[in-house]
Write a protein that binds this ligand. Structure first.
Ligand code: FAD
Ligand code: DLZ
Ligand code: SF4
Length: 509
């Protein structure tokens, strides 16, 4: 008779189709799931993120038991909980005496490095299977990247479209173009009819978890209540249905817009459920493709949405695994400023930052343009240490795991990798934020004013950033016109920008 295996399932592996579950045996093997302090505190995650994950883990364990699995679930407050994956695996090995340990590969490098010590430490084979919830395996990405001078997302994305057949008409892209981004930059008006994401009342399991998080993680960033996230795959499926029926048709049009009173706009607010495994990414894309084929969503919405998942999401994961662990140390501008305190409070006179950070504190969510062009743009222009920026993003969002957060932060938003991921920095003055949002109307600063105490700080910071980092950026062909504009300015104007930026930055310390 074959011998018993211990199957460890992590908090972001809550998928019945998980590779380890596919090969495990219900009658013989034991499932292990553990709530551990180490994972909740290696960065001090937002309270809502911990509550979401613990509740989703407990619900998933119940589902596995209902499906006939034998699940050993360790709660955070269980007596003897050692507080770490390694400690809990060791205790479980003592309880169950397995012949081997089976795991689906973890999302984070840190955890993989930990797992690679286990075979020697526990004197038993540790079998690490690929995570086939991703469409592109790490090996496939490495093959795609091999020998390329530039690893551009758009090229990767086209191959993924062909590989999956999503939005393909024979060998051609549906609608005649691969990318409809040019149609997706409309600013939104506050009086637009604005749908809201589907909200769920906490059940008994979630209420237990909320009490636990309030008790044990009170000093972590963020508001715990109200808590309305989906915590089961059935709820996540309902949230996906709601998105496709009522929100998707306008997803593309307003993808880059920001409104003070509409935090979610036409975004799906599904990333935390997809990343935890409650929804399957390819399945989500097929559902969106079906909505396009049925005439329920225009091509710019369907293509824009599918690109985020089979393009960006798969691509950043590939970049992460190809360049870790060194990727963490990238800091091409040598930026060293500490993260300003208002990133923890939202208390700043800059209305755009106050809105994005307050929302982050309350919801553990901000949409892409808020992350990229408000909090990210400001940190880069102000010269904040990219490592501190990375840790902030990893802590504050319910969807944050290092494999997806790090390339988005260090690469896309801070350009700290020197252009491995983005062809130019996402740097913008107040003008961009004013065009895409209604924040500036209520701001103490004047977005039209370029320099001086009442001027929008983004305006001087933008030029100061380019000037300060000319040694790195001047040779970038996509910035030729920008530097030509700077060079055409007279010395007095340039000095005014530098002075305004310096006096504003002095207020941050
Ligand atoms: P939608 O706008 O509805 O997009 C649909 C789906 O596409 C998302 O649910 C997500 O699964 C995927 N997606 C969209 N953009 C990206 C992207 N750039 N990379 C990967 N997947 C993407 N996303 C995370 O999932 N976790 C993170 O920790 C994270 N950190 C980020 C940090 C920064 C600085 C930036 C600029 C972006 C980050 N993103 C991250 C990407 C993106 O902002 C979020 O995926 C998105 O805001 C989630 O909201 P949504 O579900 O409403 O997305
Ligand atoms: C994020 C997180 C938290 C807060 N807590 C746990 C936990 O107690 N147990 C667990 O299995 N996973 C948790 N996670 C998710 C892990 O951090 C994640 O699985 C790893 O980072 C690998 O991606
Ligand atoms: Fe932000 Fe400047 Fe607009 Fe104020 S004026 S909201 S700081 S962009």
């Amino acid at each position: 008779m074959a011998e018993r295996r211990l199957v460890l399932i992590l908090g972001d592996q809550l998928s019945p189709s998980l590779s380890s579950l596919k090969v495990a045996d219900k009658a013989r093997d034991r499932i292990l799931m553990v709530e551990v302090m180490e994972e909740a505190t290696y960065v001090r995650h937002h309270k809502k993120k911990i509550a979401f994950l613990f509740s989703a883990m407990r619900h998933f364990a119940d589902r596995l038991r209902d499906d006939g699995w034998q699940v050993d679930y360790v709660r955070l407050d269980d007596g003897g909980n050692t507080g770490s994956f390694t400690g809990e695996v060791e205790r479980a090995i003592r309880r169950h005496q397995p012949a081997s340990l089976l795991v689906c590969e973890p999302g984070e490098w840190r955890v993989r490095a930990m797992m690679e010590t286990w075979a020697e430490r526990f004197h038993l084979p540790v079998i690490i299977l690929d995570d086939d919830r991703f469409i592109c395996s790490r090996a496939d990405f490495a093959r795609w990247a091999e020998g390329r001078k530039q690893l551009r997302m758009e090229h990767f994305y086209r191959e993924m479209r062909q590989r999956t057949g999503l939005l393909m008409d024979g060998g051609k892209p549906a609608g005649g173009k691969w990318n409809f981004d040019a149609d997706n930059r409309k600013p939104a008006k506050p009086d637009l009819l604005m749908p809201e994401p589907l909200r769920f009342d906490p059940d008994e399991t979630t209420q237990d978890v909320l009490a636990l998080v309030a008790d044990r993680f009170d000093d972590h960033f963020g508001d715990l209540h109200p808590f309305w996230f989906a915590v089961t795959s059935a709820q996540a499926e309902a949230a996906l249905d709601h998105f496709i029926e009522t929100i998707l048709p306008s997803f593309g049009d307003y993808q880059d817009a920001m409104l003070r009173d509409h935090r979610f706009l036409y975004h799906s607010v599904l990333s935390h459920t997809i990343n935890a495994g409650l929804l399957d990414p390819l399945d989500v894309c097929r559902r969106v493709e079906a909505a396009y084929n049925d005439g329920q969503a225009p091509i710019n919405a369907a293509e824009g949405f599918i690109r985020q998942i089979i393009g960006w999401r798969e691509y950043v994961r590939g970049i992460y695994w190809r360049f870790m662990p060194g990727y963490l140390d990238n800091n091409v501008f040598g930026a060293s400023r500490p993260l300003p305190d208002f990133y923890w409070t939202g208390e700043t006179d800059m209305a755009c930052l106050a809105a994005a950070i307050t929302q982050t504190k309350e919801e553990a969510y901000a949409h892409h343009i808020q992350r990229l062009m408000v909090t990210g743009n400001f940190a880069m222009l102000a010269g904040v240490d990219p490592r501190a920026v990375h840790e902030w993003y990893l802590m504050v969002y319910a969807d944050a795991y290092e494999w997806v957060e790090l390339p988005n932060t260090l690469g896309m938003s801070q350009f700290a990798d020197g252009g491995l991921l983005a062809s130019k920095p996402y740097a913008a003055s107040g003008n961009y934020i004013n065009k895409m949002s209604d924040y500036c109307g209520t701001c103490r600063y004047d977005v039209k004013q370029k320099t001086g105490g009442g001027a929008c700080p983004f305006n001087a910071l933008y030029w100061d950033f380019l000037d300060r980092n000319a040694d790195v950026l001047r040779g970038n062909p996509r910035l030729t016109n920008v530097y030509a504009t700077w060079d055409r300015m007279d010395g007095e104007r340039q000095a005014a920008y530098r002075e305004s930026a310096t006096s504003f930055l002095a207020t941050l310390s």
